[in-house]
Design a protein around this ligand. Structure first.
Ligand SMILES: [Zn+2]
Length: 255
């Protein structure tokens, strides 16, 4: 038996009444656990084993999965659930953490990062800002901090007034003098580059205060998405859901 703080990253139903959970914990890192009988109305732990909360969980070591024996809710970030967009953003950030971690490797920094991100969402910081803040720090933790100050090819300090390209496979921004790979034609605006720098340098409170044109935020979102796709190798599944929640798209009628 052992006791740990944990946040539920994902879960799926298993068998008649069980559920398998992927948890992030500070000391053990990511681990899978089984909650037996949790879907029965009589389950004692059923209501507590929810995502978007910091839990204190007692587990018994098992052969395949450790078994949840007791749960106490530490922090329930209840306001985070009020908006579908902030809940979808919370899932997205949990999935990024899940994909960034190997099982059973200590994960204190990532645990603290997700914890803080959920606090910020719960404090009603704009979900998009929280997501970018989180992505930038996650990239740092994974050792893939995007380069936004110097050209990734010639290492020259970028100057105001030149044109830049965003090249995630090379790790950041490319100056106008360097050819880069053949596919590197996507430009990035000076304002978007400035905002990427802000995400690296400013704390969450400062970022929450910024007043920005929607188009610049969208450009930075697309840039970070593309960057993380290269760093984590594919798109998170939760992104499709987040997009759906945020901007219902008109599906063209079949012809
Ligand atoms: Zn260059």
């Amino acid at each position: 038996m052992y006791v740990t703080d944990a946040i539920v990253l994902s879960r799926f139903d298993f068998g008649e009444a069980d559920r398998i959970l992927t948890l992030i914990t500070p000391e053990i890192g990511k681990l899978k656990a089984i909650a037996k009988g949790i879907r029965r109305p009589t389950s004692r732990v059923g209501g507590s084993l929810e995502p978007f909360a910091e839990l204190r969980i007692q587990l018994a070591r098992g052969r395949t999965f450790d078994v949840v024996t007791q749960v106490v809710v530490g922090h329930a970030w209840l306001r985070l659930r009020d908006s579908l967009e902030s809940a979808a953003t919370a899932w997205y950030m949990a999935e990024l953490a899940d994909r960034s971690l190997e099982e059973r490797h200590p994960a204190e920094p990532l645990y603290a990062l997700l914890h803080r991100a959920y606090e910020l969402l719960d404090a009603e910081m704009a979900p998009g800002r929280v997501a970018r803040w989180y992505e930038m720090r996650l990239a740092d933790e994974l050792g893939v901090r995007p380069e936004v100050d110097r050209c990734v090819e010639c290492d020259r300090m970028l100057e105001a007034g030149e044109s830049y390209r965003w090249v995630p496979p090379l790790g950041g921004v490319l100056c106008q003098r360097c050819p880069g790979p053949p596919a590197a034609r996507a430009g990035i605006s000076a304002d978007a580059l400035k905002l990427l720098k802000a995400y690296q340098r400013m704390d969450a409170e400062g970022l929450a205060e910024l007043r920005l044109p929607e188009a610049v935020e969208r450009e930075v979102e697309a840039s970070m998405r593309e960057f993380l796709r290269y760093s984590l190798e594919r798109d998170p599944r939760s992104l499709a859901f987040l997009d759906e929640v945020r901007a219902p798209r008109v599906v063209p009628a079949a012809t």
